[in-house]
Design a protein around this ligand. Structure first.
Ligand code: TXD
Length: 319
């Protein structure tokens, strides 16, 4: 059986980390694509030269032309620009929307059967635009944010309780950003919900609230420390979990920005919800009952995503 082909559209910090992880996990051959000449080629060669030491087999191709992604099984999109000082969110949105238009056309032409995972920010709006520009089936295009947000939540909780991260589950809904909705009653330590752990004296409501807030600000915390870029290790790991579930038909239950068509009362938008990812792409969307407070937070999050999609539609009327 031939190896899987994984195309990385964007070979910056996350793209490079993805390329390395794909090799270490032997998930398939890698095409690194970027508009920057030399970067994808250099990173690809560097990682290929690590393979004899680490003992993995994977082919690496660096490219500046979309033809190289031909027939890819998975495309992971990180292409775009991050926010720089003095830039508004709308500036970023406008620039990255143009990037999504090019990426969408490239995928449509060369990898129409791929499972596409978008990472570029502003995430929920970019994945929505990418699906439309590429014209791929809606269940084959999704966005990575929820796995990362819940991993951050799990990390903070494991630190608070001094238990293994493996035994902590985290449940996060909504758009990627300040309005995301970490759900404490569905987050657990070995199946014990967080509110029960408060009753058991493991933590306090105030401490949990602070952890929820830190999770919401998780991206900004890293940007503040790095000063010259945003997080890339945990975002790459998160996208790999999604790609692996698709390629191996694991049917993992993972939160991702998925296309909603009535679920949670939302139509024709991409918002973070729990899903099942398997060989069919996003195979199922899990709809849970929200209490009043949760619904209010979710609605606020959806409204902010809707605002971003509207801004996209104003810039690109064909959307
Ligand atoms: O949870 C999440 N979804 C995120 C999202 C978590 C962390 C970072 N998140 C976003 O991912 C971030 O705001 C960025 O929009 C993307 C990629 O982050 P990364 O850290 O990898 O950014 P880099 O290092 O700037 O890499 C972007 C690359 C860079 O090499 C550019 O040359 C390239 O994108 N680029 C393009 N490639 C192809 N085509 C076009 N048009 C293009 N424009 C820039």
């Amino acid at each position: 059986m031939a190896r899987n082909k994984i195309a990385l559209i964007g070979s910056g910090m996350i793209g490079g980390t993805l390329a390395h992880m794909i090799g270490l996990k032997e998930l398939g051959d890698v095409v690194l694509f970027d508009i920057a000449d030399g970067i994808p080629q250099g990173k690809g060669l560097d990682i290929a030269e690590s393979a004899p030491v680490d003992g993995f087999d994977a082919k690496y191709v660096g490219a500046n032309s979309y033809e190289a992604i031909k027939g890819a099984d998975v495309c992971i999109v990180t292409a775009g620009v991050p926010r720089k000082p003095g830039m508004s969110r709308d500036d970023l949105l406008g620039i990255n929307l143009k990037v999504m238009e090019q990426v969408g056309a490239g995928i449509k032409k060369y990898a129409p059967d791929a499972f596409v995972i978008c990472i570029t920010n502003p995430l929920d709006a970019m994945v929505w635009a990418l699906q439309q520009f590429s014209g791929l089936p809606k269940n084959k295009v999704c966005g990575m944010a929820g796995v990362l947000d819940s991993a951050r939540f799990r990390h903070f909780l494991a630190e608070e309780f001094d238990v293994s991260v493996e035994d902590v589950t985290g449940f996060v809904l909504g758009g990627h950003g300040d309005t995301m909705v970490p759900l404490t009653r569905y987050s657990t330590v070995a199946g014990i919900p967080l509110p029960d752990l408060v009753k058991m004296g493991w933590t306090t409501k105030e401490k949990l609230d602070a952890i929820v807030q830190r999770t919401r600000d998780g991206g900004a915390e890293i940007v503040g420390l790095l000063k010259t870029g945003s997080a890339y290790y945990a975002p790459a790991s998160s996208a790999i979990a999604m790609a692996e579930s698709y390629l191996k038909d694991k049917k993992r239950v993972l939160p991702c920005a998925a296309h909603l068509n009535g679920q949670y009362g939302v139509k024709n938008m991409y918002v973070g919800v729990p899903t099942v990812i398997g060989a069919g792409g996003v195979e199922r969307i899990i709809e849970i009952d929200l209490n009043k407070t949760e619904q209010k937070m979710f609605d606020k999050s959806v409204a902010s995503v809707a605002g971003l999609c509207e801004a996209c539609a104003n810039i690109a009327p064909n959307l």
